[in-house]
Design a protein around this ligand. Sequence first.
Ligand SMILES: *Cc1c(COP(=O)(O)O)cnc(C)c1O
Length: 401
Amino acid sequence: MSTVLNQRLEAALRQRRDQHLYRRRRQVEHLGGAWLRVDRRDCRNFCSNDYLGLAAHPQVARAMAGALERWHAGSGAAHLITGHTVEHEALEEELADFVGRPRALLFSTGYMANMGTINALAGPMDRVLEDRLNHASLLDGGWLCRGAMERYQHADTGDLAARLDHGEAEHNLVVTDTVFSMDGDVAPLADLAALAAERDATLMVDDAHGVGVLGPEGGGAVLEAGLDTDAVPVYVGTLGKALGTFGAFVAGSEPLIEYLIQRARTYVYTTAPPPAVAAATRAALRIVREEGWRRQRLDTLVRRFQNGLRALGLPASPSRTPIQPLVVGEPAEALRLARALEEEGLLITAIRPPTVPAGTARLRVTLSAAHCEADVDALLEALGRHLAGGVDTGAATVASP
Ligand SMILES: *Cc1c(COP(=O)(O)O)cnc(C)c1O
């Protein structure tokens, strides 16, 4: 009976509300640049992943509109049927070149790329070893695959080595975010690659927050670390963040890509994305490669924000990426701060458990090339006032993760 179901759900929802963990969607209007309208208030947006300011770029939009005229809206079928268009193929070739891998394979989303790839690569006799702070899509991929799943301590190659030395798995798949989405720190990629090579394990990395932002021409964290396809055989990048559009890709060797085409269920059994999305992404990719000033500006803004926090006596996160968390501890406090800032037109989402570990609720500030220095200064000024005058948990409890 639906009443039984509803009673159970309502009890669970009540509990979430009591713990300050209830989540709501906001209806927003994108106003261009880093501005959003929320509840009739214009806000500077400090919580998007549009790191290079490409989501609103006119050239990207024009490429999408042009392709819509030419190729229509829908792809009409899965890639393996008749959905794989010349536009998708061209984008795959350009992405492979961009991240310095022989081939790339498009997926509809990063979530699907991670789920599908881990499931294809880890069978019943295998084991998946994941950083405990990995993105939910990687963790779900590990938990839902047929192999065993273990989490190692965050960025801890010692713990990972100890685990690799035990167990009877036929093959070990080591999986990590490159840039951790809630802390902004970068995984010790060279050490992980060396360890995986030593123990005959395979390293898979998710560069959702690195691609476009780090490395030469924005080619990502793995190129920045100078690691080739042998060192990091499985590379995942997403297109909905720095590239400003939508979708994801896996890049690697010829056999890896051919195997995923046969076996990744989230690739095989789903409709190919609209070709216009691929066309828009191709335009975005050209801008990412050509306009290095966007990455330089981002670096300048990150440094300005960190120096500003220190000048206010607040601890800056050790992160060197556009993800700059302010950990405040309890969910209620994170919510209180987010609401106070929003009233001043500064939009920053409070991130609470289970997205982050208990006791580390935070304001996840993200910076973008779409911001200007005045945006960062406005945020700093407000943080100075709200955190210095702290109520229960004042500035002293604001700690780096
Ligand atoms: C956003 C994100 C994803 C999911 O990508 P989508 O294309 O949004 O599904 C995967 N991994 C990480 C680390 C992410 O931050």
